[in-house]
Design a protein around this ligand. Structure first.
Ligand code: 7TS
Length: 405
């Protein structure tokens, strides 16, 4: 199937909106993507025709909802090529997935252990590990980055030692757009016996993810950054890990048997899915991932990368623009600063012209400190963005610069 941008755009009703009297140019996809009509329809169809609680009822509707929910889990397994569907744990999103893992790993971390993260992590993949280290008397080690936004791999390799209990690393940086060479990194980690968590929040919608090929032990992502609704996400965890780790939350569904004295826990993945899950969200996540598959993840990556290069070239022509993150392998995000302007003012003025970008630290304050900048303006792309939108953005930016200087 060819990549038909007009057809794709027509699938996203919100793209027809105007903002401040101007056609919407939505370049805040790193924060959340828009939703195609079929995802929105999937949610309403569930509540109109299929709503019931799962895993609990003998009645037909409950059975139907359970089958659909489990079929979604299995589709997601295939999408990321996990070995077994019990390795797919539904969560609220990346943040919850990582918190789940950090909580479950707690007993395994003892004084003197080390956890490694990188200087480019989102707070979601930083604060849980920092807090775990504080609580357990472990050491948080930060992998530095080069000036262009690439990781220092040699240093990373040297930093791992017999005390390293986990390497938690983002697949794609939400600020710099850097695509980390995670397969190579995981290989290094495996050689030293270090398990790896990949934060996939910014990779799932932009690049092919095959967890078995990558060799990661854990992979976390949010549905809402991949055309699915908010409030649904996944933690992929290798069976051999998750079966040994303790539960994260207690309550209904995650138990096997409860007495006044003690409780035994359910098998995977239910051990990690306490309470009523977001069934509509899971079904809509399946729909969104099917939409990505149908469009073709490689075609999407190609389109978005071409867009990114086009945008980089366009805005580089504007006087005083400094691009933050110039790694050779980038996708999705274009961060920049303009001499003599504040990111917030740039974002505000772009909004007046209908253009949605994000400004600030992008939940990566340690990275901002590392780069010694207050924040950036970030344009982030999705499959439905176009060169014409980039042209509008660059024209608007030229006007903004003239206004602010
Ligand atoms: N990890 C990365 C790399 C992210 O970019 C984000 C969200 C998260 C984790 C957290 O995801 P959540 O769905 O649990 O919130 N990033 C952004 C962003 O760049 N702008 O807004 C949210």
């Amino acid at each position: 199937m060819s990549f038909d941008i007009h057809k794709i755009r027509s699938d996203f009703p919100i793209l027809g909106r105007t903002i401040n009297g101007k056609p919407l140019v939505y370049f805040d996809n790193g924060a959340t993507t828009q939703k195609p009509r079929r995802v929105i329809d999937r949610i309403s169809n569930y509540y109109l025709n299929q709503n019931s609680n799962v895993h609990r009822g003998v009645h037909t509707l409950s059975q139907e909802a359970t089958d659909l929910y489990e079929a979604s889990r299995d589709y997601i397994r295939k999408f990321i090529n996990a070995e077994e569907s019990k390795e797919i744990i539904f969560t609220r999103g990346t943040t919850e997935s990582i918190n789940l893992l950090a909580t479950a790993l707690k007993p395994w971390i003892v004084k003197g252990d080390e956890i490694m993260v990188t200087a480019m992590e989102h707070h979601s993949n930083f604060v849980p590990w920092q807090q775990l280290c504080i609580e357990r008397g472990a050491k948080l080690k930060i992998v530095p980055i080069e000036k262009n936004g690439e990781l220092d791999l040699e240093f990373l390799n040297k930093m791992m030692n017999p005390y390293t209990k986990l390497l938690a690393i983002t697949h794609v940086s939400n600020v710099l757009g850097t695509v980390n060479p995670v397969k190579e990194i995981i290989k290094m980690a495996k050689n030293k016996g270090v398990p790896v968590l990949l934060d996939g929040a910014q990779s799932i919608a932009h690049t092919k993810v095959d967890v078995q090929d990558l060799g990661c032990d854990f992979y976390a992502f949010s549905g809402h950054k991949a055309y699915a609704p908010m409030g649904i996400g996944v933690l992929y965890g290798k069976f051999n890990w998750m079966r040994r780790l303790p539960p994260y939350q207690f309550g209904g569904e995650m138990i096997d048997e409860v007495t006044f004295e003690k409780t035994t826990f359910n098998e995977l993945p239910y051990k990690y899915e306490a309470g009523t899950p977001n069934v509509a969200g899971a079904l809509a996540l399946e729909t969104a991932l099917r939409y990505i598959s149908e469009t073709g993840i490689d075609a999407i990556r190609q389109h978005e990368d071409a867009l990114l290069r086009y945008a980089e070239n366009k805005i580089s022509e504007i006087d005083g623009v400094r691009i933050i993150g110039t790694a050779p392998e980038k996708t999705g995000a274009l961060s920049f600063l303009i001499d003599g302007t504040h990111p917030y003012d740039v974002g505000m003025l772009l909004d007046k012209m209908g253009i949605a970008v994000r400004t600030g630290h992008h939940c990566a304050q340690p990275l901002m400190d590392f780069l010694n900048i207050p924040g950036t303006v970030r344009a982030s792309f999705a499959m439905y963005n176009t060169n014409e939108e980039v042209d509008m953005f660059a024209d608007a930016l030229t006007k903004v610069v003239a206004m602010l200087r």
